[in-house]
Design a binder for this molecule. Structure first.
Ligand SMILES: [Fe+2]
Ligand SMILES: [Fe+2]
Length: 287
């Protein structure tokens, strides 16, 4: 057992001017701290790798799961491969850095509150977080378009062999469910995904039509079905803590400069997941 902390952040978007320097401020409070990085590090493969290398050098352990931005194929990236191939490539680069990915055994954090198995999950979205009265993906996309809402993923994610992101999502959900079902039910889990595993965090979105790009109903019961101590996610750029059926959900995003300049970093740049600081949430003290 160590006296380290299990810390988390997401949506670093280090390629965005003014977010890059924030990376330099992400420091452990001691030699045993672990860091969860819940997706949207950057778009370019090399940029994701470089940022994770910096963090892996500082923290005792880094756990990563991809966000939608890691899956984008852009003209700026010399690595011009489709999203499934990008994911495989990123997993390889992470492994070379000693960073845990959704393809690896769950690392076990042994802290004062622990132990907890930290499970990075990669489950995508399938347009099932629809607004009331909308029943199909086609209807949902058409409604969003009419309202002037569309996620850039629609243009930037090259799905390669998959006909739709929902096919890849179903495959990811099935594989992840299998891994979670095989996990020792006595050892509590911290589930880490980029997209929220439950749709309720999307209830506060400014544009409700955007929720369809934010997750899948297929994971809605995971925090009840498995022995889950906390769920960590990002993507919404709405950092906060909510509780569902007694399980703590932590949205840990940094977000874009226009967002963090407005709201600041009221809970610190890194969210402390365990030991749980308790309500009211306290920022991680500066090192
Ligand atoms: Fe993001
Ligand atoms: Fe995202």
């Amino acid at each position: 057992m160590t006296d380290g902390r299990l810390l988390a952040v997401s949506d670093l978007h280090v390629g965005v001017a003014d977010n890059g320097p924030v990376l330099d401020q992400l420091k452990p409070t001691g030699p045993d701290d672990w860091l969860i990085v819940a997706g949207d590090v950057a778009e370019r493969v090399d940029a994701v790798e470089a940022a994770l290398r910096v963090l892996a050098d500082r923290f005792a352990k880094v756990i990563w799961t991809p966000g939608n931005h890691e899956l984008w194929t852009t003209a700026q990236d010399p690595v011009a491969v489709d999203a499934p191939e990008r994911y495989r490539l990123l997993v390889e680069r992470c492994r070379a850095l000693g960073v845990a990915t959704p393809e690896d055994p769950f690392p076990v954090w042994q802290g004062p509150d622990g132990p907890y198995a930290v499970a990075p999950v990669f489950t995508l979205y399938d347009y099932s977080f629809r607004v009331p009265g909308v029943h199909t993906k086609a209807e949902s996309l058409a409604r969003a378009r009419d309202n002037g809402v569309i996620c850039t993923d629609e243009f930037r994610i090259d799905l390669g062999p998959y006909a739709g992101v929902e096919d890849w999502c179903r495959e990811r959900v099935a594989a992840t469910e299998k891994a979670l079902s095989a996990h020792d039910p006595e050892l509590p889990l911290v589930l880490v995904g980029h997209w929220p595993l439950d749709r309720r965090p999307t209830d506060v979105l400014h544009y409700p039509d955007f929720a369809q790009w934010c997750g899948t109903e297929l994971t809605a019961d995971w925090h009840r079905r498995f022995n889950v101590a906390a769920v960590v996610y990002g993507h919404l750029h709405i950092p906060r803590t909510t509780w569902y059926e007694g399980v703590r959900f932590e949205e840990v995003s940094l977000g874009y400069p226009r967002e963090w300049r407005r709201r600041g970093h009221p809970r610190g740049l890194l969210r402390q997941i365990f030991p749980y600081p308790g309500p009211p949430e306290r920022p991680v003290p500066a090192p």
